[in-house]
Write a protein that binds this ligand. Structure first.
Ligand SMILES: C[S@@+](CC[C@H](N)C(=O)[O-])C[C@H]1O[C@@H](n2cnc3c(N)ncnc32)[C@H](O)[C@@H]1O
Length: 254
């Protein structure tokens, strides 16, 4: 595929292995990891795909997914696998600012080995369709196409402390408008301001159960230099359960 020019990118991205052995990156620019320390694949499954409730869709039907911040493509690959397993057709819109994370991942032998050939090939095909640029602009440009159509929105930006523009009330409003009547938004972030914005945009909220080994509910404010998804502790969010209701958001509580 033709990658967009990223010669302007100055800040390094450092590959590393997560606890589950999966490939991830550390961003010097944001001072954050791309994935939870539990592991990139584990997180994609637990936080972004399992809560999507794909079992609601009959085999042969079409799943429409908006993925914000494709990064290494790990969430995309897990979605592709889930669709393959459930015999779902996938219509996918991927938004990303920087082509480097996906380039690094696809060139990494161990990343390649994480996936069956069919998934790797499907990921490469999807990569050719990514809407490159600042998601605030690319999503606006797609709004008439996406409004009210997405069964699943995956929101995996860096944390609000370092990437506030993708968690603003205005941006979350645009994102919420993309959801189909029973669509779900999944994200790792359960920050109070994010919950307030999602509620204000009419979404029902539900929290995910804590992961094994996670004694407390935590959320990382992601102050510069802070590692993503660790550190700051928050009281248990007072979320209304209602994941099965129209237009909902499922937020991880690490
Ligand atoms: C936490 S990482 C995403 C991890 C990714 N889901 C994965 O599985 O690798 C956040 C991503 O957001 C991208 N990003 C940062 N600012 C952005 C913006 N304004 N618009 C779109 N993408 C942005 C970064 O380039 C980075 O790839």
């Amino acid at each position: 595929m033709n990658w967009p020019d990223c010669s302007g990118a100055e800040e390094p991205l450092k590959p590393y292995r997560c606890k589950d052995g999966s490939f991830s990156l550390w961003s010097e620019e944001y001072g954050q990891a791309f994935h939870s320390n539990r592991g990139a694949i584990q997180e994609a499954q637990d936080t972004f795909v399992a809560p999507a409730g794909l079992e609601r869709l009959a085999p042969g039907s079409t799943l429409r997914v908006l993925e914000l911040c494709v990064g290494t493509g790990t969430n995309t690959a897990v979605v592709l696998e889930a669709c393959q397993q459930r015999q779902l057709q996938l219509q996918w819109w991927g938004l990303e600012l920087d082509p480097q994370p996906l380039q690094l991942a696809l060139a990494d032998q161990r990343f390649q080995q994480q996936w069956p050939n069919s998934i790797l090939q499907a990921l490469q095909e999807r990569a050719a369709t990514i809407h490159w640029g600042d998601a605030r602009q690319t999503l606006r440009a797609l709004q008439s196409q996406l409004a009210g159509r997405c069964d699943l929105v995956i929101h995996d930006a860096f944390s609000p402390g370092v990437c506030p523009q993708l968690w603003s009330q205005e941006f979350l409003g645009l994102v919420s408008q993309c959801l189909a009547p029973r669509g779900r938004l999944t994200t790792y972030c359960s920050a109070a301001a994010v919950r307030q914005s999602l509620l204000a945009h009419g979404l029902q909220l539900a929290g995910l159960k804590p992961h094994a080994g996670s004694a407390r509910h935590q959320w990382s404010g992601g102050g510069s230099g802070g590692q993503r998804r660790s550190g700051q502790h928050w009281p248990r969010p007072t979320l209304r359960s209602g994941a099965a209701r129209p237009r909902s958001a499922l937020l991880d509580e690490l």
